[in-house]
Design a protein around this ligand. Structure first.
Ligand SMILES: Nc1nc2c(c(=O)[nH]1)N[C@H]1C(S)=C(S)[C@@H](COP(=O)(O)O)O[C@H]1N2
Ligand SMILES: [Mo]
Length: 168
């Protein structure tokens, strides 16, 4: 009897884990909006179909990490945000506001993420050291090596918003 209950619990656990896993794969986990030609709603499956990039870096605890995901600039280009030679004039004031599930938000200028301006490579990672990100940090984390502090490496990313900075 006890054994049967145990088996039921294990089965229930497997079924709920698998269904929440496939939910995240197929349902929108990321919105790209604001001043873009083509606002997007992307699932993990959509992101996995894009060119994947890996970033190797050392975190603040000196742990080696390999994060795999999609380049932020590739996602912005897909949404029709200005890139390359279009990043001039008023577009040089454009920014990316990244929002997270816990309300944390960080900002980048579009220029600092564009490879015609900088070699900085920001990715939206969905894997760390060959595994999905832990629930508390996933499903998407912005990884940007070369910063002295990890404060802009925001986790549980839900939205990329493009705007134009101005004093008003
Ligand atoms: N969503 C979200 N991302 C976040 C934060 C946060 O509070 N919320 N804190 C930032 C800060 S200040 C730091 S130092 C790192 C810490 O990351 P770690 O817990 O993986 O070491 O996450 C960054 N990303
Ligand atoms: Mo921090």
């Amino acid at each position: 009897m006890v054994k049967l209950t145990y088996i039921r619990c294990v089965l229930l656990f497997i079924v709920t884990s698998l269904s929440s896993w496939s939910y995240a794969q197929q349902h929108e986990v990321l919105t790209v909006n604001g001043e873009v030609n083509k606002p997007l709603s992307l699932s993990l499956d959509d992101l996995r179909k894009m060119p994947l990039e890996e970033i190797q870096w050392t975190d603040r605890d000196q742990q080696q990490k390999i994060n795999k995901g999609v380049s932020v600039s590739a996602i912005l280009a897909l949404a029709g945000a200005p890139t390359g030679s279009s990043l001039r004039g008023e577009n040089i004031r454009k920014f990316l506001l990244v929002s997270c599930a816990d309300g944390y938000e960080v900002v980048f200028s579009l220029a600092e993420l564009d490879d015609s301006f900088s070699d900085k490579k920001a990715i939206l990672a969905f894997e760390e050291n060959g595994r999905e990100l832990p629930l508390a940090k996933g499903p998407l984390r912005l990884v940007i090596p070369g910063e002295k502090k990890p404060a802009r490496s925001c986790f549980q990313v839900t939205q990329l918003h493009i705007g134009t900075a101005s004093i008003d």
